[in-house]
Design a binder for this molecule. Structure first.
Ligand code: PLP
Length: 407
């Protein structure tokens, strides 16, 4: 297999789906997968075969879900500053919109009076592995602040909108149950004011242990902190039909993926050994963007003695580092390294910075078979795309300016 390549392990994806079912087994739960974590179609097909629906956050993700055969009822569209045209296309496709701004709700109500809608609440609980992934503190752009929920309800009523769902998503990479517990309390409190609710959506955000000294979120504690209040709410509102939705991304896919890179250069300098690879921060941005930790494993020398390395990439940036002073089994030039726990927000956030083509993606099937999940594109495709506009202009008559629509 060539490198760099993202490899996903189907068995592990299914194991995480099973864990999620266990976490929520004593609730009337509906499980969605947050596509943003990893939109590879092979991953989405596994999720569908596990009975999961999808949380999508953009027109692109919505259309991908549709093209893969997810029914509109299986998809929740958590909108975020959509244009009128994007909102209309989503509504007409039949998916349920989850709206987190009063002005968008107003526009939606005017365009689709009487429609079903979900409201995204900001419960003002700060949580997440890094400040960039906190989505529910007072500075967050997401959701209708809890104290404004009555006025949002008034907007909905003015347009006969049926608020069938109440949603929150407080942040990502959360391994402590306390923020979930706090936010669920706010969410359920707000739910009291919406008698027509069909579901309450607790969002995603469950973290995973990236570092060897980190523990996963404890299932028992999660069930007590989150499951119990949801069950109590159900008992207090026995009208029936209410379900609880969960929409994790990272929890389902992070540990199922590795980024495979090859070491091409070993360099000793300033008392360090740099292991230079054929990938970099463009392919896995999490270390550069969040200071995130990813384990590194030498597949070519698994029994080798542990030695400290700076495992770095081929991008022209000082921050192009997978791991600093990390003990890895002794590395030789030519060795194949696995950057671990890279299945979530890895390829999904990858870029072609420095004009480096994106990695390929493969799915490892339970019987050991490898299926190509996205082909590696030749660098020429990048260059062609860059030169396309100029080359098109060169073939246009000099007196005919490009139409503004071309921009
Ligand atoms: C609305 C929404 N739902 C779910 C998720 C998934 O989050 P995570 O991958 O942390 O579970 C996100 C990610 O930010 C999100 O924005």
């Amino acid at each position: 297999m060539g490198t760099p390549t993202y490899a996903y392990v189907e068995k592990r994806l299914r194991r995480q789906c099973e864990r999620l079912r266990t976490l929520t087994h004593d609730l009337p739960a509906r499980l969605l997968y947050a596509v943003k974590a990893n939109p590879n179609p092979a991953v989405l097909r596994v999720m569908r075969s596990e009975g999961l629906g999808l949380d999508v956050v953009s027109p692109g993700e919505r259309v991908l879900a549709e093209r893969l055969g997810f029914a509109p009822e299986q998809v929740l569209f958590s909108a975020n500053n959509l244009t009128d045209a994007e909102m209309r296309a989503a509504q007409e496709s039949g998916v349920l919109l989850n709206i987190g701004e009063r002005s968008r709700l107003e526009a939606f109500g005017q365009a689709f009076p009487g429609a079903r809608v979900c409201l995204r609440l900001n419960p003002k609980v700060e949580a997440g592995h890094h400040e960039h992934v906190v989505t529910a503190d007072a500075r967050s752009k997401f959701g209708i602040p809890a104290e404004e929920i009555a006025s949002a309800r008034a907007v909905a009523e003015a347009h006969d909108l049926r608020v069938v769902g109440l949603h929150q998503h407080i942040g990502s990479g959360i391994r402590d149950v306390a923020p979930f517990e706090q936010a669920v309390r706010v969410l359920l409190n707000a739910a009291e004011a919406f008698p027509g609710l069909e579901f309450v959506n607790v969002g995603g955000g469950i973290g995973i242990p990236y570092r060897p000294d980190q523990e996963p979120l404890e299932a028992d504690r999660f069930q007590r902190a989150v499951g119990a209040p949801l069950r109590h709410f159900l008992e207090a509102h026995p009208s029936g039909g209410l379900s609880f939705w969960f929409e994790p991304g990272r929890f389902l896919v992070a540990e199922a993926g590795v980024l495979l890179v090859r070491v091409n250069t070993l360099k000793r300098a300033s008392g360090r050994v740099f292991a230079g690879t054929d990938s970099g921060m463009g392919h896995l941005m999490r270390p550069a963007v969040y200071g995130a930790y990813h384990g590194v494993y030498n597949l070519s020398n698994p029994e080798g003695p542990l030695k400290p390395y700076d495992v770095v990439g081929n991008v022209c940036e000082g921050g192009d580092v997978f791991a600093r002073q990390r003990p890895v089994q002794q590395i030789r030039e030519g060795d194949l390294l696995a950057v671990l726990d890279a299945g979530a927000y890895g390829m999904a956030m990858a870029s072609t910075y420095n004009l480096r083509p994106l990695p390929a993606e493969v799915m490892i099937r339970p019987d050991g078979r490898l299926d190509l999940a996205r082909r590696r594109r030749p660098p020429e495709e990048l260059i062609d795309a860059l030169l396309e506009a100029e080359e098109t202009a060169a073939t246009r008559s000099p007196t005919a300016p490009a139409s503004p629509a071309a921009y």
